[in-house]
Design a binder for this molecule. Structure first.
Ligand code: SAM
Length: 388
């Protein structure tokens, strides 16, 4: 993460603008000062830490922009305007470092806005790993849209590079929890869901991809006669999944053992070398489901600027399925920045809530959507912050 250290720093008067970078306002909490920077559609914070008379200035992790060069350029401009004399710095941007953003990687807004059309026949691969199977499907089915969902960033980057090199036009990738992504897909829209060699999570079964609620939601998004294809080398996971699949009695379930498919993934190759059994479970959906509304953005009506400024406390609220932790409050003359963590204890997310002097408030840097898990979180936050 680019940063610089300096013994001298005079925060310039805000707002000011240079080279399209808008330095909007500052908000302070203890030894940290956040500066909101806007550049085109990028909105992010610089964070100034002061300690023993010296300063460390860097980008704030939660609001990291899409390309590191935005941070480097913003830090350079800020260093100049604050008369900093860096004793250490790694903020010099190399020339021509703006990368063309790959159009293959989408964020959740794309799905929330239902940007792919219902005309597309959709294949969905969950946890695509090295992408071998996903690319195979995309090449074999140029007329179909292949959506790949994965949470392991290096795998995603690797597959983006391969898709860009191969100029694949029918692939869309997303870095998201597949279990939640399903809530954003229209009913009766997907012809096949591949779940190949999911992590068995024997000690933490609640982290498994397959569960009753997953299959329920998968059946909703599958077309009639659409299928979930699960492959696993784990006896336990196979038995566990078979029991769940059989709970859905209007569907048919087929079990195939040790049958090769056209393309073998890295994991599959490894297990075959070890002569493990490979189980394939195929659930065929027999029903047509009602349409649902895609989750909306969660919004606030109005928060009370003065009251939050006076009464904010760092506190954690734990409920059966989730928690909310109010971490800190940065205060500026016209803006407040609440930092919070929320989610289930295995998969916590961090975000900010910005509140302006008129009470206008929003999640930052990204919208948060009304998924099943987030609805309760948002309602607790609104209650605690006395949203009017
Ligand atoms: C054991 S690997 C298998 C990868 C690939 N399917 C293969 O057969 O080589 C399981 C993959 O699922 C991904 N994964 C685990 N939980 C996930 C979730 N909730 N949503 C999306 N991907 C997930 C992991 O990051 C990992 O890359």
């Amino acid at each position: 993460m680019p940063n610089f250290h300096t013994e001298v720093l005079n925060i310039p008067s805000l707002p000011f603008c240079e080279d399209g970078y808008n330095f909007c306002w500052a908000a302070k909490h203890k030894n940290s000062t956040l500066i909101l920077v806007k550049k085109g559609s990028e909105n992010f914070f610089l964070n100034i830490y002061s300690r023993n008379g010296s300063f460390l200035v860097k980008g704030e992790k939660i609001s990291r922009p899409t390309q590191v060069i935005y941070l480097q350029e913003a830090l350079n401009i800020f260093a100049k305007h604050s008369n900093a004399k860096p004793t250490f710095s790694n903020i010099k941007p190399a020339s021509n470092r703006y990368k063309k953003n790959s159009t293959i990687l989408k964020d959740i807004d794309f799905f929330a806005q239902n940007s792919f059309t219902n005309k597309d026949e959709i294949l969905l691969e969950i946890g695509f790993g090295s992408g071998r199977h996903l690319l195979h499907q995309a090449k074999q089915n140029p007329e179909k849209l292949v959506i790949g969902v994965e949470i392991h960033k290096p795998s995603i980057e690797q597959v983006i590079k391969q898709c860009d090199a191969l100029k694949m036009e029918n692939v869309v990738l997303i870095d998201y929890d597949a279990r939640v992504l399903l809530e954003f897909l229209p009913s009766n829209s997907v012809s096949k869901i591949f779940v190949h060699f999911p992590v068995p999570w024997d000690k933490k079964p609640h982290r498994r991809v397959i569960s009753d609620s997953f299959v329920d939601e998968a059946i909703r998004v599958l077309k009639q006669n659409g299928q979930i294809e699960l492959r696993t080398d784990s006896d336990l996971y196979y038995e566990y999944s078979l029991e769940i699949f059989n709970n859905f009695d209007k569907n048919s379930v087929k079990v195939i053992k040790n049958q090769d498919i056209e393309i073998s993934s890295k994991y599959e190759d490894r297990w075959k070398k070890m002569q493990k059994n490979i189980y394939e479970l195929v659930l065929t959906n027999k029903i047509s489901s009602d349409e649902i509304q895609t989750p909306n953005k969660l919004i606030f009506n109005k928060l009370n600027f003065d009251r939050i400024g006076d009464e904010f406390k760092s506190e954690t609220y734990v409920r059966d399925d989730f928690f909310v932790r109010f971490i800190s409050l940065h205060a500026g003359s016209n803006n407040l920045v609440i930092k919070l963590a929320f989610g289930d204890t295995q998969k916590a997310e961090q975000t900010f809530i910005l509140v302006d002097e008129n009470g206008e408030s929003c999640y930052f840097p990204k919208s948060i959507y009304a998924t099943k898990a987030n609805r309760e979180v948002h309602s607790l936050i609104r209650g605690l912050l006395l949203d009017e």
